[in-house]
Design a protein around this ligand. Sequence first.
Ligand code: F6P
Length: 520
Amino acid sequence: MSCALTQLPEWAAFKDAASQSSIDVSKLRIIQAAGLSLDLSGQRHSPVLSEAAQALLAARNFTQMRERLLTGGIANPTEERAAWHTALRAPTPNPEVATERQRLNAFVRLADSERRWRNIVHIGIGGSDWGVRLAVGAFGYAGTWRQVRFVANIDGHAIQGGLAGLDPHDTLIVLASKSFTTAETLQNGQRALEWLQAAGVEDPYKQVVAITARPDVAQAWGVPAAHVFKLWDWVGGRFSLWSAVSLTTALAVSSDVVAGMQAGATAMDNHFAEAPIEQNAPVQMALAGIVNRNALGYGSLNIAPYDFRLANLVPYLQQLEMESLGKSVDLDGDTIDIATGPAVWGMPGTDAQHTFFQWLHQGSDGAPVDFIVCQAADHGWAEHHQSLLANCLAQREALLNGKTYDEALKECLDAGAAQEKAEQLARHRVHPGGRPSSLIVLPRLSPYALGALLALYEHKVFVQGTIWGINPFDQWGVEYGKVLAKGIAAQLSGQVPADGTAQDASTAHWVKTFAKSLKG
Ligand code: F6P
């Protein structure tokens, strides 16, 4: 039994130190990690807070927990599994992983040499989807000779749109599902198969590939053994980007992208394992997040990638952070009496500035922001990149420094407003400032840098889970919803009476109404 976090004197000391610390805008605090610069100058910091953080990490057995994670120990005790995604991207992986990598690369080489599969339909959801969407969006944004469609949602419009207009004879269906039981993926896969069959494709199963930890189930579904790529139970679903699920990335862009991302992530893994606490980027980012959540009371975290290509970073991080840290009991099953993972939300800048940044600047709640930007762009228009960088820095500056009433008044008077009008207007123009943010600078959006960025967040989440004492690798809430949906689906299809006896009045009402309308 571990001690509850709030009973630890180290926790009280950390919270006290956090409350007494402030953001010192005159001091630069930048950590270099795996080629990325993490600027934490916009977060609370002080020598006392730093000392308290070290003591808190020691009290939470951070070093041992990190060791367990990185060596494949049982880091996910409620499912009695490792969470060994770092082993998947290691430069010299174990023989099983190496074999799957070789098989995947051979598959891609053959498809490329034969110029086969002009269309790829990637069917998967959650971790079997977002990472690949992110990588393909980041590196295939300008289009490649293959057209890639992603189908995740169980809403039939998703698969309808996903298949529409494609030539079934030159389409590869990639079914990505660790469990190979996920309703969305299996139903959409079935529709895709029917689409191939209806088009008279000679052997539809030969146009299907599966990536799964249950190869036997995929084969029983009909996928030929040579088209089944393996992942393992010791990889969490939301980390499966690092597995053969990246087949779609390799086909859509190239195997080099996959290798580059793995190399960058490994560099961050090594940094996480070796850098001293004060210079350890994931650890310091995690601590800043805990200060914001537990000492300053922020309920959410905004992600602002100033890079159009990183649009899918937000949902990717939403799953990583919220599926991992959306927990209210500790490892002993005791209710935690403090706030845990924040809600994560965002959108690429500058779109975000014209959508919700007003709320960040002057709303009553505000939220810490992670600004992410590339120093160099991969297009030739310097003017665009200059504007992008300027906007990123300007938003951050406004959040940090704010604008006082006197500054606002002067501004209004200088613009020619009469004294009374200027005084009234100035009150609307005050920015509180002091709103925390981090800035992550990538040299450019290389696969290496993106891999390092994702690993930075993964380890940050792990450190926060360790401090809060929760299991960041399970997702029982999601599992519960799946079970209920199965029961309701059985009622809607008439397999089970829709009498509503076991349901609340509203659910029962709509089950009956929908069952009737579905019957026609
Ligand atoms: O959302 C719950 C979840 O289990 C995720 O962790 C996972 O990424 C997703 O469902 C898809 O699961 P699978 O890869 O098994 O189809």
